[in-house]
Design a binder for this molecule. Structure first.
Ligand SMILES: Cc1ncc(COP(=O)(O)O)c(C=O)c1O
Length: 396
C-alpha cells in the first residue's frame, strides 16, 4: 500500500508563510482583548483610494461580471503598456502582458514556466520568503547569495558570476526589497545585467514596491529598461497591492518576452483563469487617476521611514540599515544572544509587540519591522521594543 501522504511531489517540502503566521497570532491575541501592537503586516494601512473603489462599483453596476481572457482584459493590458513605457522605460506590447490575481501568482507562474528539476535559481538573500518556496515547488534548486548591509543589501555582480553554473536558469531580483527596504543603484543593476546577458540566464525582477522610494539618490530603476539585450531576458512583475493599497483586491501583472508570456498564459488558463473582472476595470482607473493618492501615501511612508529609523537607531544593541524604499526596517539583533525566532516570540509574549523574525528570509539573526502603521503606533512599538531590549541587556 502507498502512503498517500508521501505522494505529494515537490509540494511536500513547502512551509507555510511565516509572515502570515505571525500576523495571524497577533490578530488572535488582539481578538482576545490584548493590547497588541503589530509591526508584522506586509500591507499598507491606508484605505484603497475612493476613485478606485467607485470604479469597481460602477463596473459591477454596468454588468462587467463575466470571464475575461485568461491573461486579462485588453483595456487593462493597454493601460499597462502605457504605464511600463512612462514609469519604467520598458517598451512592451499587450500580448506580452499577463494579468493575474496578485503579483504573488505572477511571480509564481513565471518561475513555474521557466524552472524544473535540475535547474538552479539564484536568489539574493535576505529575500522575500515566498521565492525559495516557489522555486522548490517546481523541483528546481535554490542558490541563495548572501548580501550585507555594508553593501546596501545589493547582490555583488562578481559573486553572481562566480555562482552561475551550467544549470543556472534564473536570477530573482527584488527592488525595492522586502525585507531590507534596499533600492538597487543603477550602476549595480548595469553590472548584474551585463553578467546575466553574457551568461545567458533569465532575470525575474519583482518591482512591487517601485512607487515606495524615499531618497533622490536612490530612484527606482527597472533592470529591463537598461538595454534591449537585458529586456529580452527579463520578466518584470508588479502589482496593485502596495502602490494603491489594494492587497485584498488581488491584482498583479507581468511583462515577459513573447515566447515566455505565451507559456505563462497557457499555465494561467489552466489554473486560475482571469483575475476578477470588475477588479481589472478598477485597475485601469488606479493607473490613470490615482496618482495623487499614491503620492500622498508615499509621503506618509517617507515620514514614517525617517521616524522609525531615527528611533530604532537609538536603541542599544540593535544594528539597523537606513532603508531607501518599501515599508520595512531590517534590524540585526544578534547582540542579544537570542535567535530571531525566540526574540520575536518573547517580544510578543512580554511586550505584546508583533514583529517578524528574519529566519524565513534567510537572516536568522535579524527582525523585520513593518512601518505600514500610524506614527503613534510607531512610537508605541519602539517604546516596547526598547523596553524589551533593556530587559534583555539586564538579563546579560
Ligand atoms: C516582494 C513581494 N513581491 C510580491 C508580493 C505579492 O503581492 P500581491 O500578491 O499582494 O500582489 C509581496 C507581498 O508581500 C512582496 O512583498
Amino acid at each position: 500500500m502507498h502512503n498517500l501522504q508521501e505522494l505529494s511531489g515537490f509540494m511536500g517540502g513547502l512551509t507555510p508563510s511565516a509572515t502570515l503566521a505571525i500576523a495571524a497570532m497577533a490578530k488572535a491575541l488582539k481578538q482576545q482583548g490584548e493590547d497588541v501592537v503589530s509591526m508584522s503586516a506586509g500591507e499598507p494601512d491606508f484605505d484603497t483610494p475612493e476613485v478606485i473603489k467607485q470604479a469597481c462599483i460602477d463596473a459591477i453596476n454596468q454588468g462587467k461580471v463575466y470571464y475575461t481572457p485568461a491573461s486579462g482584459l485588453m483595456e487593462l493590458k493597454k493601460a499597462l503598456v502605457e504605464k511600463f513605457a512612462k514609469d519604467n522605460g520598458i517598451a512592451t506590447a499587450p500580448e506580452r502582458i499577463v494579468i493575474a490575481p496578485g503579483a504573488k501568482f505572477s511571480v509564481f507562474s513565471a518561475v513555474a514556466a521557466l524552472c524544473g528539476p535540475g535547474d538552479e535559481v539564484i536568489i539574493p538573500a535576505p529575500y522575500w520568503l515566498s521565492y525559495p518556496e516557489m522555486v522548490k515547488a517546481t523541483g528546481a534548486k535554490v542558490v541563495p547569495i548572501m548580501t550585507t548591509a555594508e553593501n546596501n543589501y545589493e547582490l555583488d555582480p562578481a559573486e553572481l558570476e562566480a555562482r552561475i553554473t551550467s544549470h543556472t536558469k534564473l536570477l530573482i531580483l527584488n527592488t525595492p526589497s522586502n525585507p531590507t527596504g534596499a533600492v538597487y543603484r543603477k550602476s549595480t543593476l548595469e553590472k548584474i545585467a551585463e553578467v546575466a546577458v553574457r551568461k545567458n540566464i533569465m532575470i525575474l525582477s519583482d518591482e512591487i514596491y517601485e512607487k515606495l522610494v524615499y531618497d533622490k539618490d536612490f530612484p527606482h530603476v527597472s533592470i529591463a529598461s537598461l538595454n534591449d539585450r537585458v529586456a529580452d531576458i527579463t520578466v518584470t512583475a508588479n502589482g496593485f497591492s502596495k502602490t494603491y493599497s489594494m492587497t485584498g483586491w488581488r491584482l498583479g501583472y507581468l511583462t515577459a518576452p513573447l515566447w515566455l508570456a505565451k507559456r505563462i498564459i497557457a499555465f494561467q488558463s489552466h489554473s486560475t483563469s482571469n483575475p476578477t473582472t470588475f477588479v481589472q476595470w478598477a485597475g485601469i482607473t488606479a493607473l490613470r487617476e490615482a496618482g495623487e493618492d499614491v503620492e500622498k501615501m508615499r509621503k506618509a511612508f517617507s515620514h514614517r521611514r525617517d521616524l522609525i529609523y531615527r528611533l530604532v537607531s537609538e536603541i542599544d544593541g540593535i544594528k539597523t540599515h537606513r532603508p531607501q524604499g518599501a515599508f520595512y526596517l531590517f534590524c540585526d539583533v544578534s547582540s542579544f544572544g537570542l535567535s530571531a525566532d525566540d526574540f520575536c516570540k518573547e517580544l510578543l509574549e512580554k511586550e505584546l509587540l508583533a514583529v517578524v523574525p528574519g529566519t524565513g528570509f534567510s537572516a536568522p539573526e535579524s527582525i523585520r519591522l513593518s512601518y505600514a502603521c500610524s506614527e503613534n503606533n510607531i512610537y508605541e512599538a519602539v517604546k516596547r521594543l526598547s523596553n524589551f531590549c533593556t530587559s534583555l541587556r539586564k538579563r546579560g
